[in-house]
Structures are given as C-alpha cells and as structure tokens.
Write a protein that binds this ligand. Sequence first.
Ligand SMILES: Nc1ncnc2c1ncn2[C@@H]1O[C@H](COP(=O)(O)OP(=O)(O)OP(=O)(O)O)[C@@H](O)[C@H]1O
Ligand SMILES: [Mg+2]
Length: 281
Amino acid sequence: MTVVLETRHLSRSFNAIRAVDDVSFSLHKGELLALIGPNGAGKSTCFNMLMGQLKPTSGAVFLNGENLVGQSPRAIWRKGVGRTFQITGTYQSMTVAEHVQMALISHHRRIFSIPPYAHGLYRDEALGFLDLVGMRDQADRPCAVLAYGDLKRLELAIALSHDPTLLLMDEPTAGMAPRERTALMQLTADIVRDRGISVLFTEHDMDVVFAHAHRIMVLNRGRLIADGSVEEIRNNPQVQEVYLGGGTLFKPEAGASRARTFRCEQFLRQGACAWRSQLYG
Ligand SMILES: Nc1ncnc2c1ncn2[C@@H]1O[C@H](COP(=O)(O)OP(=O)(O)OP(=O)(O)O)[C@@H](O)[C@H]1O
Ligand SMILES: [Mg+2]
C-alpha cells in the first residue's frame, strides 16, 4: 500500500500543555482514516501541524515522502492537500458559487484578474463542484442565509475544487443533525472512492466513524493510544475507558446541549435580574 501521509514523533506544546505528544502514523492511498478523541485531545492541533498552520515543537510530517515542516499552508495546499475546518469560515455577503470560484481562481493562479472579469471565471467548474455536494440549487445565495449543514457542504466543495489527493477534515459534520451527518459522510466516502482521494477526518459521532472509517486512531491527552480496525477500536478496553470513563464522547450531543441549556439559563437569569432591577431596583 502506498503511504501518502506520514508523521514521525509529531509533538506540539503550548507552554506546559503537551497538546500533541510523540504521534507517529501513516495514511495510505484511498484510505478513510478517522482520528478520534475526547475534547482537548489534540486533534485540531494535529491537523494544524499537518497543514502548516502550526509549527511542530518537534517531529516531522511527510507528504509522499517530502517533509512539510516549515512550509506554508498555501504551499501545502498547492501540493494537493485540501482542508475543511471545525468551524466554517465563509464570507457572509459572497454567494456560494463565488466561494468555489475564488478557490478555483487561486488554484489557476488568476488572483490578479480584474474583478469584473473574475466574476465569471470558472463559474461552470464551480457549479460542477456544487453539483457534486448537492448545493447546485443554492449557487447564487449569499452565505449569510445558509443553514449550517449547507455551509459544511460548501466547505467540502471548496476543499475539492483544486483536485486534492489528500483531504484533511476537522469535524466535517459538527453542528449538523444526525441524519445530515450520515448523508454528508456517505457523500464524502463516495467522492473519495470515485476520485481515489485519501482522507484523514475527526468526528465526535461514533456512529458516523464506525460506519465510514476504514481505520481508526484514538488520541487522548495528546498521545495516540490506539490504532486499528473499527472492530479493534470498538473492543479496545483502553478506548472504552477513555470514552465511557471520561463520559464525554459517545453522547456528545447530550453534553453539548446541556452546556447550551446552561448558558441559555444563565443568560436568561442575568436578563431577568437586569429586568427585575430596572423594575424594582
Ligand atoms: N493556540 C493555543 N494556545 C494554547 N493552548 C492551545 C492552543 N490550541 C490548542 N490548545 C490546547 O491544546 C489542547 C488540544 O486542543 P485541540 O483543539 O487540538 O483539541 P481537540 O482534540 O481538537 O478538541 P475538540 O474535540 O474540542 O475540538 C487543549 O488543551 C487546548 O486547550
Ligand atoms: Mg478540534
């Protein structure tokens, strides 16, 4: 099997915190590899080092045998690495199609095109990518009005637009409803199979991970504690301890909604206090 991506003893500290600690793994061509772990395990930090957003404290990242450490995110993107982010980052007033066109214009090194001409550049190609992710009918809508799930699908279209050989997807379905999540991951799995793309993704929804990953790695407090098939990970006592013992991951939605409810209650309580003090204070 051809190794596309490899890390060797990858580490990153933030002062006393060892966010990623001596992580070594390989990703093979055509593989859908999941990197899972509780909140704060170091997954996004790991992604940021793979894509050049963060410099490792030590260790190395190899893409098709070439060391990427010290290279800029743009240089790494040009080598055929696509990325989607945990938190979507789109421009509110730009349309869906314009976002994909922007990526295509950059990919084709036409960023100095005069804006009136740039408007029509690569529109058909952009629509093709939007079709791929089921967003063709929303092409001319501004991002400000999109549902979160649609923003996630747009991110995927943008990431695919420069024909990547490797996709890094940090929580591609975060914030989506369960049915939408499964649909997006199924779509991703189909695309990567058809195009021979390798994927490293993180995901908190275990149903999604177990249904789609070819292999799973588990990160806990920066360290890789397991690497194996879906069955091996499902039955690994250390992994069960991290997840069930910590109680944070198998039911992320319950935790997230509890946190939201708590914040909402606090807000309402503060509002109510302010209101009451205006009346009676
Ligand atoms: N820029 C930073 N400065 C200081 N500490 C950081 C920074 N980025 C991450 N950390 C810390 O590193 C650890 C790993 O964070 P990271 O965001 O990589 O976790 P994660 O696995 O992606 O979590 P989540 O599932 O919540 O997204 C955490 O303790 C976090 O607080
Ligand atoms: Mg993260």
